[in-house]
Design a protein around this ligand. Structure first.
Ligand code: ADP
Length: 410
């Protein structure tokens, strides 16, 4: 029997998310999460999807990523799905920053590891954790192909006109400052699924993808290739997010340094962790913001303002990417907010009739896990909701690479 299983690992600084998939039919065999690695109260949650058993949860110190992966391997073994199984074809790793070099999923070797390490200065929070995840998995199964799937890869097709900031070229190049974009795996998956929903080939379709989760980004996808995206050197640029500001005048930073006497780290924390919806109204969860607005009273007005700023920015990006693409076939909402928050979709599209964009109230109110149209029948431009599935996409890309027989190559 050929090996058809792929383990997907998403290693963060203090967490590891994982899914085991069977690529013969795309089914999920197990999924889980290790949180608070390195703390006394580490927690492992495991869903044995294949056996249909009860979810398992355990608490207690898990010292580091190596211990975390070993704990995951043990949980999988309990379901008869251990990492030593000959049915495991590869391990696919989410890697946040692949710079300009990695334009596609890549089988990991020493040179690849060195390059991911070289990119740490532009992704100090993410790449070290991703590297640790890969190295630990290599130690557990040295014979197995480890595949790196990069968040930035889908955006490497952006033209220089979109990827460069208008700053001194020499300085920019010296420090590798350019717009890389993130959430690429999601944008790739969702834009392809949107073409499928329209019954057309991805090469024939122009799509604006709005990935609205806690982090949020928009992208303009022309015939399956990304031509612009809202995140830049880091995931801070662009849309208003749960806790990130998105676009601000860069001079805000000088002002806070000179007049506000804040340090670089304080400003970093302010813009990344204390801004966005949270900074505007004290809540970063769109459900809570909608509850406050719907509840009325004094609590409603900061929530309403946060909502309005969020929507205003979203509309600006829809308009901008419409202009970048020239012709748009679909505007697609995805991720936690995009998939679930009908009021966000309604407000973001409201008033854009002149662009051929409209939302049908009845269709927009339907809750479903399936990709679906929410524009009125016969609309010039489709508006759609397409649930994202980054793990499935990572598994697909990993499996395709291993199947190609490239697994031994760099
Ligand atoms: P990430 O992967 O970036 O952490 P998700 O894509 O899972 O985020 O999105 C999480 C966010 O989705 C939550 O913070 C919340 O704002 C929003 N969300 C989730 N469910 C709903 C819902 N039913 N209605 C409105 N917003 C929702």
């Amino acid at each position: 029997m050929s090996a058809t299983r792929v383990l997907v690992l998403n290693s963060g600084s203090s967490s590891v998310k994982y899914q085991l998939l069977d690529m013969s039919d795309g089914s999920r065999l197990a999924a889980g999460l290790v949180e608070r690695i390195g703390e006394e109260s580490s927690r492992l949650k495991h869903s044995p999807l294949a056996t249909g058993g009860e979810n398992r949860e355990s608490e207690g110190r898990i010292a580091d990523h190596e211990a975390a992966l070993k704990a995951v391997a043990e949980e999988l073994s309990r379901d008869g799905l251990g990492l030593d199984s000959p049915e495991l074809a590869a391990i696919g790793h989410r890697v946040v920053h692949g710079g300009r070099k990695f334009t596609r999923p890549t089988v990991v070797d020493d040179a690849v590891l060195a390059e991911i390490e070289r990119l740490i200065p532009v992704a100090p929070l993410h790449n070290p954790a991703n590297l640790t995840g890969i190295r630990t998995a290599q130690a557990l199964r040295p014979d197995l192909p480890q595949v790196a799937v990069f968040d930035t890869a889908f955006h490497t097709t952006m033209p220089e006109s979109a990827a460069r900031y208008a700053i001194d070229v020499k300085t920019a190049d010296e420090h590798r400052i350019r717009r890389y974009g993130f959430h690429g795996t999601s944008h790739a998956y969702v834009s392809r699924k949107a073409a499928e929903l329209l019954g057309r080939a991805p090469e024939d379709v122009n799509v604006i993808v709005l990935h609205l989760g806690n982090g949020a980004s928009a992208s303009a996808v022309e015939g399956g290739r990304c031509v612009d995206t809202s995140m830049g050197l880091t995931p801070l640029e662009g849309l208003v997010m749960g806790t990130r500001s998105g676009d601000v005048d860069p001079a805000v930073i000088f002002h806070l340094m000179r007049v506000g006497e804040m340090s670089t780290d304080e400003i970093d924390t302010l813009l990344n962790k204390k801004s966005g919806l949270l900074g505007l109204c004290g809540d970063n969860d769109m459900r809570e913001i909608r509850r406050r607005i719907d509840g009325g009273g004094a609590d409603a007005s900061p929530a309403q303002l946060a909502f309005d700023i969020y929507i205003h920015r979203l509309k600006k990006y829809i308009g901008a990417y419409y202009a970048v693409l020239g012709r748009v076939d679909a505007v697609v909402f995805t991720a936690g907010v995009g998939e679930n928050a009908a009021p966000v979709r309604e407000a973001a599209i409201a008033g854009l009739d002149a662009l051929g964009l409209a939302v049908d109230g009845g269709l927009n109110a339907v809750r479903s896990d399936a990709p679906r149209l929410i524009s009125p029948e016969g609309a010039r431009v489709a508006v759609a909701v397409v649930p994202t599935d980054e793990e499935l996409e990572i598994a697909h890309q990993t499996y395709a690479l291993v199947q190609d027989g490239n697994a031994g190559a760099a």
